[in-house]
Design a protein around this ligand. Sequence first.
Ligand SMILES: Cc1ncc(COP(=O)(O)O)c(C=O)c1O
Length: 428
Amino acid sequence: MTSTWAGPSPAVALRPSEQARADGRWADLERLRTSHPMMDAVIEEIDGRRIRIGDQWLCDFASCNYLGFDLHPEIIASVEGAIRKWGTHPSWSRLLGNPRPYLEIEDQLTELLGAPDTLVLPTITLIHTSVIPVLAGQGAVLIDAQAHKTIYEGAAIARGAGATLYRVRANDPGHLEEVLRSVPAGMSRIFCLDGVNSMTGNAPDLPLYARICRDYDALLYVDDAHGFGIIGESPTGEMPYGYRGNSIVRYFGESYDNIVLVAGFSKSYSSLAAFMALPTALKNYLKVAAAPYLYSGPSPVASLATVLAGFKVNEAEGDRIRTSLRLKTEKVLDQIHRLGLLTLNTSGFPVIELPLGRADDIDAVGRFLFERGIYVTLAAYPLVPRAQVGFRAQITAANDDSEIQQLNEVLAELAERFEMQRAQPPGS
Ligand SMILES: Cc1ncc(COP(=O)(O)O)c(C=O)c1O
């Protein structure tokens, strides 16, 4: 199979010099994509959180279905009745017509988040690419260096429409203040960052960022794709993730003043839909200004049904499920600490990335994990900087104890066989 571009002539697609650069930049990833069993894989079937690729059954630690709602019997059962009522896919854009479940979702979500209002659109990517340019206008867009790639896509579109971009060093609120001070007076400002970060698994110091943004009259735009469903209000020693899974603003006991929260149902709620928590006036404005509300097809009926069923399960069992998820995550993190491996995760949340000692080992490490029946997300260059090349395991409530044990055993073997980045011993 050839992996080189064979589409329209470069003059139409990319100029030759740009194509060469693009090829160079993506070469590592493209090589893995075409040769590695853990990339662009075809998954033949699933059995709980085990998946079959070819003849090989593997424990899936690449799923982001953190709460296991994709496999929950009540949630699965919710789909058929909804489809009988609405058909598979009434294809109106939302501006044209909203099947009633959309409004039920927004009402229940607004209550869950304790937000002024909410707006549901199909995906977070669509939200970033349509809403960031609207919010930015001709103003300043500040982006946290570790923000998700889809935020950068939204910012690039905003720049095309006249906004100015500024990069803010990750985990450096002082730098945010410095950059905000450098933005010309009179220019509107929006600062975009991740909630629970998709690579590190850690949450930013939201109260501090919120205070700085309020001081400088900037809007704080937070993407909590990985936090929604996992972290929530009133965390305690006994419930370190907090209650109800109502996302990062509530986790920190913050208000929504000057904050737009974006998250999705595509991970914890296993459904194709996403949302913003925002003031009603902004929601009404986006109904005419954000392209997906006007022009995009809606989320599938099956997803609207599974979100609503997910709310019910979340109220009835969510905190028990989150406790089980946390205990499973702790078992893996404890093993990583015992082995002396470095992980970027300091939060205890279920996104665990392990950087390699040598970026070039990514191919071999991935194959080793695959052969040992462990499926993870490879974090290859240029998806991450070379120093952070490694792999990421997401723990979900649907991973059973034997799978967690298998992961821990394979990590021990991995630590023997490969050069991994090591944690600093305590006190060093
Ligand atoms: C932080 C973050 N934002 C956005 C996305 C994209 O979300 P969606 O699939 O809803 O477009 C992802 C998906 O991996 C993500 O991790």
